[in-house]
Design a protein around this ligand. Structure first.
Ligand SMILES: Cc1cc2nc3c(=O)[nH]c(=O)nc-3n(C[C@H](O)[C@H](O)[C@H](O)COP(=O)(O)OP(=O)(O)OC[C@H]3O[C@@H](n4cnc5c(N)ncnc54)[C@H](O)[C@@H]3O)c2cc1C
Length: 418
């Protein structure tokens, strides 16, 4: 079957990999001149099933107000960009802020994230791809005793879900991240998730795209997708800046832009672009640098070690499709890297980046078929799209091939919004 994948981010490329392996003829279309140039370009670098928890939960609306008022706010709303779509998405998210929805959504996220981590292990056995990968776990770091006191609830959930974890005092944290010895007095302890992994999503996607090409996948780049065309319950083609592309089946992996293209054939999918920022910095002093990911829980900012660089990423901003990088938004990321790993790098040498997380109101991605018999979705992966990428793509490939999948697809398709 000829399958056209719309979008060459990590989800599009991962989908291309499994579909090509399964024997399909695959074309990937993207508007950029190479893969992973948008949200998959400079994310925080965590493959973290342990952090797979929905944003919407009981008490979150109140917490969000606190975050907005906090110094170096981890969450903000750009009121100039508030429109009807944004407000309607926020209402849908609020409807998920209860215990029952939280539990259902968390189970769905974990199902796909844990499966995905197994797929990463298998992929590394199969391919020798270099992406500054490390398998050294991740560490949540706390600045206040009250954060430690509140941890018992999270630990209970981790225990129930069978996720490996270690509550650590500062000496324990320093054993895993020796450079924290320089700032021991600023923190009170941490929670380590030893099963989590790290790496550079852009390198990963680029390398996987090369492997896809070896299997015959065609990348049609510099090509803007304008709309989909349908007849008799099927998608017949995509109209693009490079002409009309026909195929037997289509996969939409357009990240935050998925709703715009799906709307052209009457499909509504509640995905909103939640803006985030990152810095990438060269390491100046190895002995002061992190070894894996450390998440500063106070500012919700992750600091991740790549081979000779550090990535610092976080912040959630409701700002529609605004892609500006205002200097004032650097404050929190600048602060965390200098405060946590002083001397490891120089912020003057940082590359500042922004990306739009394709976020659903329940934080669960949208994977599976649609009302059109040959249109499939692999989108809406929000804060953890790289973490869930391989599992989502393998599941989708099995769904397209009508094979029994390794995990239950229940609750993952667009049907849950009907
Ligand atoms: C600051 C930040 C930190 C993050 N940290 C992590 C992390 O540590 N771990 C993790 O797992 N996830 C993280 N994420 C989330 C993760 O990066 C995303 O979920 C993931 O990259 C989404 O991938 P995607 O392929 O769906 O979207 P994208 O990477 O955006 O891909 C969509 C593609 O579609 C193309 N496209 C869009 N519209 C059109 C069109 N009309 N025509 C042609 N092409 C089009 C774009 O060019 C793009 O290449 C983070 C995100 C941000 C912003």
């Amino acid at each position: 079957m000829h399958i056209t994948i719309l979008g060459g981010g990590v989800l599009g490329v991962a989908s291309a990999w499994y579909l090509a392996k399964s024997g399909h003829q695959v074309t990937v279309i993207d508007r950029q001149d190479s893969v992973a140039q948008e949200t998959s370009h400079a994310n925080a670098g965590m493959i973290s099933p342990g952090y797979s928890m929905p944003w919407a939960g009981p008490g979150v609306p109140l917490k969000a107000i606190g975050w907005m008022m906090q110094d170096l706010a981890p969450f903000m709303i750009n009121v100039k960009e508030l429109d009807g779509y944004t407000l309607s998405w926020m209402m849908k998210m609020l409807a998920n802020c209860n215990t029952r929805a939280y539990q259902v959504n968390k189970e769905r996220m974990l199902r796909i994230a844990e499966y995905s981590r197994d797929c990463f292990v298998d992929l590394r056995k199969e391919l020798d791809i270099v992406y500054d990968a490390r398998q050294q776990g991740t560490l949540q770091l706390f600045r206040k005793q009250k954060q430690i006191d509140a941890l018992q609830k999270d630990i209970k959930v981790l225990k129930e879900l069978g996720i490996q974890h270690q509550a650590l005092d500062m000496d324990g944290c320093i054993e895993h991240e020796p450079a924290l010895a320089h700032v021991k007095d600023k923190f009170v302890g941490g929670l380590r998730l030893p099963g989590d992994e790290t790496g550079d999503c852009f390198m990963f996607t680029t390398e996987l795209a090369k492997e896809c090409e070896k299997l015959g996948v065609n990348f049609l780049l510099n090509t803007d997708i304008e709309r989909l065309n349908e007849a008799n319950g099927k998608i017949t083609s995509a109209t693009t800046s490079n002409g009309t592309i026909a195929a037997d089946a289509f996969v939409c992996a357009l990240g935050s832009y998925s709703p715009k293209i799906l709307k052209t054939v009457g499909i509504k999918v509640p995905i909103y672009p939640i803006k985030g920022y990152s810095l990438t910095l060269p390491i100046e002093d190895e002995s002061r640098a992190p070894l894996s990911t450390i998440m500063d829980e106070t500012y919700k900012i992750a600091v991740t070690r790549f081979e000779d660089r550090i990535r610092v990423g976080g912040t959630a901003e409701i700002a529609s499709f605004n892609l500006e990088c205002p200097e004032k938004r650097r404050a929190a990321v600048d602060f965390v890297i200098q405060d946590m790993f002083p001397g490891a790098t120089k912020v003057s040498k940082a590359e500042f980046w922004t990306g739009l997380r394709p976020m659903t109101p329940d934080s669960v991605p949208v994977i599976g078929g649609t009302s059109y018999s040959n249109l499939y979705l692999n989108t809406g992966h929000g804060t953890l799209g790289w973490t869930m990428s391989l599992g989502s793509a393998k599941l989708l490939s099995d769904i397209i091939d009508n094979k029994t999948s390794d995990i239950d697809p229940e609750g993952l398709s667009i049907a849950r919004y009907a």
